[in-house]
Structures are given as structure tokens and as C-alpha cells.
Design a protein around this ligand. Structure first.
Ligand SMILES: [Zn+2]
Ligand SMILES: [Zn+2]
Length: 345
């Protein structure tokens, strides 16, 4: 089969970027009764996939097939998958990570910290193989293109659940990228009374307003924290999501919360990034809650069902054929697109 592979890792010594190429790769095969062979329809490129190119956040040995966001159609399946109700031709998506179920963290319900997860990276290809336990059948109304966003959507849902956004809250979303746009829609569904966001790109601000934001601030034109509080009647926000991945915005999240508020960090930063806090005024006196979020495990059960209740189609800003994956990655690094999809079959 054809597959988008990371063939060269980022080299920190020479500052040489990593490389993605589309090459021939062995087609995966069903290896036990639980497994399902899927012809990938669309693989979405994750914001985190850029770390294969620009740094060594995920130091996997090369070459490997990239990707963990996908949708597809079942082509072959083991007897246990059939007994679980799956059939050839079913339209599906699924979680790339399956928790073991028996480690201390899984038993405590903290499956995102599973000590021995079964991880299936490699969806930017013509075929993938997954255990049926990872899969979700798609409702007829959800297109295969939108279904490829189920994984980042699970992350956004997890963030909403963990942040505790509730009816009447004011919400600020730093960064109106794909996760930010999802958070805006979900905060609206949760009954937020006022939603504001910030984004450098005009088209992202416009889309945020379309998705339900009441206010979209251009951080290059003003002081964001001042402008954001002004927009909310001079007050801070009950919940602030940091979804820009820009470490210089990480402090803004703390600045922007109201007394008793929650700053929720949804992005990834490099291992050396530091958040300098004034503990007494910013944490103690504000009784601030700081939430980190690293996986979408708890959001997955809701993600596929909720795809029908939101509008993620406008988030797909570019679709490339699998063969053009290198260009898709160049676009990703440039950072102007929202979601980039690879059409794999
Ligand atoms: Zn992802
Ligand atoms: Zn586990």
C-alpha cells in the first residue's frame, strides 16, 4: 500500500527539519480474532503531527507511518469483531489508543494514564488494522470527511468535561485553531453566557464568530487580556482554554480567569516551557484551578454521537490526495490552515 511516512527525524544538532514522504509500505494484516482491516477514507493531520518535522517531542524511530485521526470502511474482520456487531462495509472511525484495562491507572478510571496502552499510529495510509474495541460505527448523517475529526473532537469534549464549563459561564478560548473552534461550539452547547476568542488569522476570527463566539480579538492589534476583560464587562472569565500552543499565551490564561476561575491547558508545549506564576495573587487569592489535558480518552464515547450535533465541516480547510502528503505537512508547519485532510482512498 501507499503510506505517508516520516522518513527523517528532526535533527537538533544541525537544526534539520524532519521529512515526510509517501512510499510503499507493507499492507497491515489481521493478526488475531479481534482485529479489523479498514480501508482508510480520510486521514486528518493533527496539529501535534508537526512535532515530527520541527522538533523531537515524539522521538519515534524512523521510518514509521504517521497519523492517528481517520475514518474508513471495513474490508475484512476477525470472528470476534463480527460477534461484536461489525460487518464488511461498515463506516467507522476509532481511537488510536486502547487502554489495557487492568493497570492501576485504568482500574482507577484514569485511562489516559494507562501504563501499557496498545497504540496504533499509522492512519495516513491506504489501510489500517484496529482491534474492534477501538472502533465506533458512524451515523449515516456523518460524512467520512468530518468523521476523520472524531479524535481531536474527543479532545475538545474531554476539555469541556474536565474544565467544568456550566450554564451561564463566561468562556475565553485562546487560539481559534481547530480545537479552539470545537471548544467554542461545545461551550455554546453547554450554555455559556459569553464566549470570546483570540486569533491572529482573520479567517479564523470570522469562523469563530460563525461557530458561536460573541467576540473575536486580534492579538496583534491590542493587549489581549485588557481587550478580553473589556469585552466581558471588565471582568475575568469563569473558564479559559489555552488552545494556541503558544507559550507566550500560557500566562494570559491565568491573567484572564476571574476569581474562582479555571485555566485549562489543551495544547502541547516543548518540555522546557515554563509557566511563571505569582502564587499568592494569581493562585491563592483567586482560588484558581489549573487543569492540564493530555489525551481525549474520556471524550471518545461522546465524540461520534456528538458529531451530529455540531458543524465541523467548515473546519476542514484543505483536502489533499495521500500522494501529496509532503505538501500537506508543509502547510501544517506554515500554520495557516485549520484542518488538513488526506484523501486516502
Ligand atoms: Zn490528534
Ligand atoms: Zn492500563
Amino acid at each position: 500500500m501507499r503510506a505517508a511516512c516520516v522518513t527523517r527525524a528532526f535533527d537538533a544538532a544541525t537544526n534539520t527539519p524532519g521529512k515526510v514522504e509517501v512510499i510503499d509500505w507493507p499492507t497491515p494484516a489481521i493478526s488475531n480474532d479481534d482485529e479489523v482491516l479498514i480501508r482508510v477514507a480520510y486521514a486528518s493531520i493533527c496539529g501535534s503531527d508537526k512535532h515530527y518535522i520541527v522538533d523531537n517531542l515524539f522521538p519515534d524511530p524512523v521510518p514509521f507511518v504517521a497519523g492517528h485521526e481517520w475514518s474508513g470502511v471495513i474490508e475484512k474482520l476477525g470472528p470476534n469483531a463480527k460477534a461484536a456487531g461489525f460487518s464488511v462495509g461498515d463506516r467507522v472511525t476509532g481511537n488510536f489508543l486502547r487502554e489495557c484495562g487492568w493497570c492501576d491507572n485504568c482500574r482507577a478510571g484514569k485511562t489516559q494514564f494507562c501504563a501499557q496502552p496498545d497504540v496504533r499510529i499509522g492512519t495516513q495510509a491506504e489501510y489500517v488494522c484496529f482491534p474492534y474495541q477501538n472502533l465506533y460505527k458512524l451515523p449515516d448523517s456523518v460524512g467520512l470527511d468530518v468523521a476523520a475529526l472524531a479524535e481531536p473532537f474527543a479532545i475538545a469534549i474531554s476539555a469541556i468535561i474536565k474544565s467544568g464549563v456550566k450554564l451561564g459561564d463566561s468562556v475565553f478560548v485562546i487560539g481559534a485553531g481547530s480545537i479552539g473552534q470545537m471548544l467554542i461550539q461545545l461551550a455554546k452547547l453547554e450554555g455559556a453566557s459569553f464566549i470570546a476568542t483570540s486569533a491572529r488569522t482573520a479567517s479564523k476570527r470570522e469562523l469563530a464568530l460563525q461557530m458561536g463566539a460573541d467576540c473575536a480579538i486580534d492579538p496583534s492589534a491590542c493587549d489581549v487580556t485588557e481587550e478580553a476583560k473589556h469585552a466581558n464587562g471588565g471582568k475575568g472569565y469563569d473558564v479559559v482554554f489555552e488552545a494556541s500552543g503558544n507559550i507566550s499565551c500560557a500566562m494570559d490564561a491565568i491573567e484572564l480567569i476571574c476569581p474562582g476561575g479555571t485555566a485549562a491547558y489543551v495544547s502541547y508545549y516543548d518540555f522546557e516551557s515554563i509557566l511563571p506564576l505569582k502564587i499568592f495573587p494569581q493562585i491563592i487569592l483567586k482560588e484558581a484551578t489549573i487543569k492540564g489535558l493530555q489525551m481525549g480518552q474520556i471524550g471518545w464515547p461522546h465524540s461520534v454521537r456528538m458529531l451530529e450535533r455540531v458543524d465541523l465541516k467548515p473546519l476542514i480547510s484543505k483536502v489533499y490526495d495521500l500522494e501529496d502528503a509532503a505538501q500537506a505537512y508543509a502547510d501544517l508547519v506554515e500554520g495557516k490552515q485549520l484542518k488538513i485532510l488526506l484523501k486516502c482512498s
